[in-house]
Design a protein around this ligand. Structure first.
Ligand code: NAD
Length: 226
């Protein structure tokens, strides 16, 4: 396994090959993918997970912020995918299939307050996933995305740290999900691993929620059962 990230400081601890690259830099992404292929001996699974957030309504982010978040969240996936596709084709020809899994978000399909720019990028990720799935199905390459709810990652930790009352903010985020807690990073990773595995060999062009029931469920308040 190899990880491409602009910050590879945590990679050694988990024993994966790490390549430092910024997904906004096409040449760096191509070099990183070539490096990973050389070390791994090929590439049969690509997970496009790098992403950044943005808060505010449509009035709050300037053009530079819009370009930045689209550059990372959408163009970053395009750059990494087009660098990886020749190698995925080779793997698909040898093994019968190769896979791309993109990290989308519940923000692609649910209106969340103060997330206009971020949601727009994740809507684009969902559309890109469907278009890529159609383009590459006959090459034996499946393309799916996962749509997490609020996940307990360093990103959310940073958001909580910046909140006036981090404990209250955390409780509000947990309460927004019918499961009553944040999703864990491992739960998202396992969902991605399932989509990438032969267990999902007939699944392409889909979005799988890993959101504690947030997208689909409508519960009554806890004190009003039934
Ligand atoms: N945490 C959540 O609640 C949540 C919910 C839905 C979707 N997501 C999505 O999950 C993915 C991971 O988010 P996270 O919560 O783990 O965030 P995080 O900030 O904890 O991790 C993001 C990772 O992406 C890397 N990265 C950021 N910009 C990069 C760039 N330009 N080039 C290379 N690497 C870059 C960072 O170094 C970091 O390792 C993102 O696509 C995010 O949109 C997160």
């Amino acid at each position: 396994m190899a990880v491409l990230d602009r910050d590879v400081s945590g990679a050694e601890a988990v024993g994966v090959h790490a390549v430092k690259a910024d997904v906004r830099d096409d040449a760096a992404v191509r070099a990183a993918v070539a490096d990973a292929v050389a070390v791994l001996g090929g590439l049969d699974i690509l997970v496009n997970n790098a992403g950044i957030g943005a808060t505010g309504t449509v009035e709050d982010n300037d053009d530079e912020q819009w370009r930045l978040v689209f550059d990372v969240n959408v163009l970053g996936m395009a750059r990494t995918s087009r660098a990886a596709l020749p190698h995925l084709r080779t793997a698909a020809a040898r093994r019968g299939q190769a896979v791309i899994v993109n990290t989308c978000s519940i923000a692609a399909t649910a209106g969340l307050p103060q997330r206009a720019l971020y949601s727009a990028t994740k809507g684009a990720v969902l559309s890109l996933t469907l278009a890529m799935a159609a383009d590459h199905i006959r090459e034996g390459i499946r393309v799916n995305c996962v749509a997490p709810g609020t996940v307990d990652t360093p990103w959310v930790a940073r958001l909580l740290d910046a909140a006036p009352d981090p404990a209250a903010e955390r409780a509000a985020l947990a309460a927004r999900q019918p499961l009553g807690r944040l999703v864990t990073a491992d739960e998202v990773a396992e969902t991605i691993a399932h989509r990438a595995s032969p267990l999902a060999s007939a699944t392409t062009g889909t979005v799988l929620a890993v959101d504690g029931g947030m997208a689909g469920l409508r519960l009554r308040p806890p004190n009003q059962p039934g």
